[in-house]
Design a protein around this ligand. Structure first.
Ligand SMILES: NC(=O)c1ccc[n+]([C@@H]2O[C@H](COP(=O)([O-])OP(=O)(O)OC[C@H]3O[C@@H](n4cnc5c(N)ncnc54)[C@H](OP(=O)(O)O)[C@@H]3O)[C@@H](O)[C@H]2O)c1
Length: 310
């Protein structure tokens, strides 16, 4: 018979307490939690009541949590992920699985994996969307050699875990790299709409952009953006330069558009249009590989030149 799953949360804030409540409702019987304030909580204070409602046992120390748990999920402020793991390490044994699901830096997750090497199993995880709205249905991505085990243990209780890589750090990278795009999109929207507002056409522009995005699945939009850019970058430099001139004349910000122009110029200089025979490549991966290869060649060429000159 499989050993009983005993789950322990380090941190019992917004995310952990909601996960605990949902998992408990899904039938997971043994859940405990530790946090500095939970350790001191009486049955009547808010943390104590939240724990009682969720069927969670609050324990007084990190050691107590490790001693009574087989699967440990840390959900603390990201900057504390590594310090907390270092404190927990002395209480961890080979049978433990330690999942860090805090929003931590990729380096810290790589270090965390090194810290536990040869001892407890480490899993890097990242919670991709707000927990209060989604509970355990929120997408949690996980990486590292033990990520699959984490998925096998909590997936059956309804937790939405997707394994994204064999290396600890991949899950945290995914969250940060999504931010590169999403936060960048927000900055681009601001730049475009600010200028439109100055011209009195912000509502019409917003409606038109929404029509464009809503008109097809985002997978198709991404493919068109990436693959189209690979072969039309040179032509688009001209249009973006016109857009820059317009932004300047309106006194609007140009920072994002300047970067767009530089990016397009860089891609044009890589000769991707010639490489793909002026035909749109049929996969995003083909474009990414061509860009990485071209940058690799450029770096190797530069290193050779530096060596010759140096
Ligand atoms: N909430 C979300 O929807 C969401 C979504 C995605 C990702 N995340 C990530 O999940 C993590 C937790 O988020 P949250 O919203 O639950 O934060 P939170 O509500 O601020 O809770 C943080 C928890 O960490 C505990 N903690 C602080 N220092 C600790 C220590 N030294 N040892 C043990 N526990 C400690 C806190 O305990 P005390 O109260 O005793 O200080 C608290 O219970 C963060 O990294 C966040 O970025 C959250």
């Amino acid at each position: 018979m499989a050993a009983e799953l005993r789950l322990g949360f380090i941190g019992f804030g917004e995310a952990a307490s909601r996960f605990a409540k949902d998992l408990s409702q899904a039938g997971l019987q043994s859940i405990a939690a530790y946090s500095p304030s939970a350790a001191k909580a009486g049955a009547d204070d808010p943390v104590g009541r939240k724990a009682a409602e969720a069927g969670v046992e609050l324990v007084p120390t990190l050691k107590a949590l490790c001693d009574r748990s087989t699967l440990i999920v840390a959900l603390t402020p990201g900057k504390l992920a590594l310090p907390v793991l270092r404190k927990a390490r002395r209480h961890l044994k080979a049978h433990h699985i330690y999942v860090d699901a805090s929003t931590a830096s990729v380096r810290d997750m790589e270090r965390a994996a090194q810290t536990l090497e040869g001892g407890a199993a480490f899993v890097d995880a990242a919670v991709m969307d707000p927990v209060p709205m989604n509970g355990i249905k929120v997408l949690t991505v996980a990486s590292g050699p033990h990520a699959e085990r984490f998925r096998e243990l909590l997936g059956p209780y309804g937790m939405n875990i997707q394994v994204v890589g064999e290396k600890a750090g991949a899950a945290s990278s995914m969250k940060l790299l999504r931010s590169v795009c999403m936060k960048g999109l927000a900055a681009l929207l601001l730049e475009s709409l600010e200028a439109a507002q100055r011209y009195g056409i912000a509502d019409a522009l917003a409606a038109d952009m929404a029509r464009f995005i809503n008109g097809r699945p985002f997978e198709d939009v991404m493919k068109r953006f990436v693959c189209g850019t690979a072969i039309h970058a040179g032509r688009r430099v001209h249009e973006v330069s016109e857009a820059m001139a317009l932004l300047k004349s309106l006194g609007a910000s140009t920072r994002m558009t300047r970067s767009t122009r530089e990016t397009l110029q860089g891609i044009d200089a890589m000769g991707l249009r010639e490489r793909f025979g002026a035909r749109e490549p049929d996969s995003i991966a083909a474009v990414l590989d061509a860009i990485i290869e071209s940058k690799g060649r450029a770096a190797a060429g530069k290193a050779e030149t530096d060596q010759t000159n140096g």
